[in-house]
Design a binder for this molecule. Structure first.
Ligand SMILES: NC(=O)c1ccc[n+]([C@@H]2O[C@H](COP(=O)([O-])OP(=O)(O)OC[C@H]3O[C@@H](n4cnc5c(N)ncnc54)[C@H](OP(=O)(O)O)[C@@H]3O)[C@@H](O)[C@H]2O)c1
Length: 343
């Protein structure tokens, strides 16, 4: 049973954030419209969820857009696709009962009637409820699985991580350090540099906006980079590829710095770096790994209970905060996992 659960109120109407304009690039507040609807009707096999924490994720850029992505775009005029933590109010589905806490695709709205397939995780761990949307959300589980399955750092390796002070990056730093890697975090703000070192397990941290990244990295990683956990792509990736050690691994987890997906941006050709350094470059999408999700949560919750991992959340209040939340993420304004508390 999770702890630190906010008081819940139950409005008579379903406040929703609809996607009403197809964004070109990062979704802006004007791409959304606040609306109200009747409470959803519960069909056979569904559960009714009262959302508590709405999640804002960089992935929503892809879900909202018609650019190249791994999923169909959100239809215009419907609630924005979003992850959320909520409580089951009523269940017509096996395995769920009123009172259960769940994390899944419930959308930017007060209430959702969904099939069990929309639930990524039933929250039974003894952690605060906001941890269910961060540490045990796709951020923590992605960090854990992508690093251990694809990056596979071992003691003595040098691990570089971009968006290091963000939600995913903060967990990659801590897990990498616990595996014995020398961790180097890249972030775009001096205060975040300090947090990387003080809280997120980084031995070194570099402000990629103000430092000469190439030179700073050579100082911190004189023997080259064994694992690069990449959340940005773009020129940061181009720079690091030229400092990878032989047989290094690149985990492509995000592309936060790539402004345009279609047409694809041009840049340096990197094939010779891959070939001559014998690199393995792997893409990761968390939704391919749902079979491992609950086990990863159990491990992450145990680490938190043992004081071996920490998490930070950046919580806004009221559903009106949702439309601007994705753009704020891409501006780097967030200080931890971006959530909107709506109870
Ligand atoms: N593949 C998957 O299954 C999966 C799952 C979850 C998340 N992700 C990816 O993981 C990454 C981090 O996600 P998160 O939820 O933890 O978000 P986050 O790191 O908390 O927030 C996004 C961060 O991206 C950085 N950023 C934004 N624009 C940038 C740019 N142009 N160049 C460099 N950095 C930029 C900013 O940090 P700075 O201030 O440090 O620049 C910002 O704080 C994202 O790329 C996301 O798509 C992937």
């Amino acid at each position: 049973m999770p702890r630190a659960i906010p008081a819940i109120r139950y409005p008579a109407r379903n406040a929703q954030v609809l996607l009403t304009n197809r964004p070109a690039g990062v979704p802006q507040p004007g791409d959304f419209t606040l609306a109200e609807a009747d409470l959803p009707r519960l069909d056979a096999g569904q559960i009714l969820v009262r959302n508590i924490y709405l999640s804002a994720d960089p992935a929503q850029r892809g879900w909202a857009s018609a650019e190249a992505n791994y999923s169909a775009p959100v239809p215009l005029g419907t609630p924005m696709r979003a992850l959320a933590v909520g409580q089951v109010m009523e269940s017509h589905a096996d395995g769920f009962a009123a009172g259960d806490f769940v994390y899944g695709f419930f959308g930017w709205q007060d209430y959702a009637a969904v099939a069990p397939a929309a639930v990524l995780h039933k929250i039974t761990e003894d952690v605060p409820l906001d941890a269910a949307a961060s540490l045990l959300g796709i951020n923590g589980v992605t960090a854990y699985l992508a690093l251990t399955l694809l990056g596979r750092p071992v003691a003595g390796d040098t691990l570089v991580v971009s968006t290091a002070a963000g939600s995913v990056g903060s967990f990659v730093g801590q897990i990498g350090a616990s595996l014995g890697a020398t961790t180097i975090g890249l972030t775009g703000d001096d205060d975040k540099v300090r947090r990387c070192i003080a809280s997120y397990g980084y031995a070194h941290a570099i402000n990629y906006k103000t430092a000469n990244l190439d030179a700073a990295l050579r100082d911190c990683a004189p023997k080259g980079v064994n694992v690069y956990y990449d959340n940005t792509g773009g020129t940061i990736l181009d720079t690091i590829l030229r400092q990878m050690a032989i047989a290094g691994r690149v985990v492509q987890c995000g592309t936060a710095s790539v402004g345009s997906w279609l047409p694809a941006p041009t840049g340096p050709r990197n094939e010779r770096e891959i070939l001559t350094r014998r690199l393995v470059w792997s893409g990761f999408v968390i939704f391919d790994h749902m079979g491992a999700y609950a086990l990863a949560c159990a491990d992450l919750a145990a680490m938190w209970q043992a004081g071996k991992i920490t998490y930070d959340t950046d919580i806004s209040h009221g559903i009106e905060a949702a439309p601007g939340a994705i753009a704020a993420l891409y501006s780097g304004a967030n200080t931890g996992k971006k959530l909107i508390q709506i109870t």
